[in-house]
Design a binder for this molecule. Structure first.
Ligand code: FAD
Ligand code: EPU
Length: 350
């Protein structure tokens, strides 16, 4: 189905009131015969193309002067091997509903990743992660269509080059890759993997995937705003990964600062802690505010414009640079009139 000159407000969890020239709902693979010539036409006219899931990691900075492809390919196919469940899942399946489906059917493993908004096809793009688990721990393969050539490609999990909030799909040369299907492997022999602080000692003795799922849902509901009620896109910035020397200096100056040692003498810092320490919790510009319960989240208090969010994000970035000499990188993808952009570029153009 194709719509023209339509609103994207309901299609991004920030609830930013932007429009797109064309919106294409991709519900079946056979629609590619219609979609591929349309993409070609847009390219010939120098107009941008955006692949969209549930819009929960996107900031529309402006009206979009091109084609948005909303991926709505559904279907879950389950097979088994001696040790594993193998699930082939359509890119438009809702992530949390899929996790819930697995838990309800005694296929544990994904419980730490419960309640993350979005759809399956977006999960590999930034290798979603929470509470000690990452998408890469479960993804064995995926398929994508190259919108330029129309060819179907298959990648193994290793070939996706997953890293913290990163994958091959963030590389510029992969901007034509529309993920259609993902293959997930869940071990039949379930083992708890959790950095989850909310499980009490008696509960720990009788642990199950369902119990962890329930407590993750509970803790997330307390900390993170529900996009159905308050517009947001989750963590606005990534947690910065710095050299151990830099972290040691900050730790000496800030006793009790949370930190997470990584490999190769790197340390991950908690951006939310830095933002709170800089006194920015609750700080508001126009309709955009730093969330009171989780300073890493920027919320739309009801009528925020994209510019409000951009101005607040810049204030946060600059304050953290000034106070800690740490450069925050935004996790949220910035989409401008002509395609992907970033905070530095949109600030420069004001
Ligand atoms: P979109 O926002 O629509 O798109 C994100 C990116 O993926 C875009 O660049 C888009 O072009 C690309 N994309 C989407 N679909 C496809 C496809 N089929 N093929 C190719 N490219 C595609 N993230 C975490 O990692 N951990 C969390 O704990 C977490 N918590 C969150 C909590 C809240 C309240 C919110 C609002 C967000 C949270 N997020 C979290 C961020 C977000 O949910 C994830 O990044 C999610 O995977 C985005 O899915 P989406 O379908 O909304 O993608
Ligand atoms: N903290 C503060 N103040 C705050 C926020 C956090 O002091 O306002 C401290 C916490 O007390 C804790 C530390 O910072 O010591 C880390 O906080 P938290 O456990 O809430 O996680 P986070 O680092 O802020 C990351 C992910 C989340 C993911 C959670 C849980 C990133 C950028 N964010 O947040 O992912 O759900 O861990 O694992 O890595 C997302 O990507 O959108 C997202 C929500």
């Amino acid at each position: 189905m194709i719509e023209t000159n339509c609103s994207l407000k309901a299609l991004n969890t920030f609830s930013i009131d932007a429009k797109t020239q064309i919106l294409f709902h991709l519900r079946e693979i056979k629609q590619l015969v219609e979609l591929l010539p349309l993409v070609k036409k847009m390219r010939n006219e120098n107009k941008p193309v955006l692949i969209l899931g549930a819009g929960s990691n996107i900031l529309f900075c402006d009206d979009f002067s091109g084609l948005v492809i909303k991926v709505e390919l559904l279907g879950i196919n389950i097979s088994t091997t001696a040790n594993d469940y193998i699930l082939r899942v359509g890119a438009g399946e809702n992530w949390h509903q899929f996790v819930t489906y697995c838990i309800d059917n005694d296929m544990g493993g994904l419980e730490n990743l419960a309640l993350i908004p979005g759809v399956m096809g977006a999960a590999p793009v930034q290798n979603i992660g929470a509470y000690g688990s990452e998408f890469k721990d479960f993804c064995v393969a995926l398929e994508y269509i190259d919108l330029e050539t129309g060819q179907l490609h298959k990648l193994s999990g290793d070939e996706c080059k997953f890293a913290y909030r990163d994958s091959i799909f963030k590389q510029k040369n992969m901007c034509n890759a529309l993920i259609t299907q993902v293959t997930i492997k869940l071990a039949k022999k379930w083992q708890a993997k959790n950095r989850n602080v909310v499980i009490s000692e008696p509960e720990r003795l009788n642990l199950s995937a369902k119990k962890i799922y329930d407590s993750i849902c509970q803790i997330r509901a307390q900390k993170l705003p529900d996009p159905a009620q308050t517009g947001n896109a989750g963590s606005f910035f990534k947690n910065p990964v710095v050299d151990k020397k830099v972290a040691d200096k900050l730790l000496n100056e800030n006793l009790g600062m949370p930190y997470y040692p990584q490999c190769e003498d790197k340390v991950k810092l908690a951006a939310g802690w830095l933002i709170e320490k800089a006194g920015l919790k609750g700080r508001q510009i126009g309709g955009a505010a730093v969330h009171q319960q989780q300073a890493l989240v920027i919320i739309n208090k009801g009528n925020a414009t994209a510019q409000d969010v951009i101005n607040l994000a810049e204030l946060v970035r600059q304050s953290i640079k000034d106070k800690f000499n740490i450069e925050l990188q935004h996790e949220v993808r910035f989409i401008g009139k002509l395609g992907e952009t970033n905070l530095a570029k949109v600030i420069e153009n004001v």
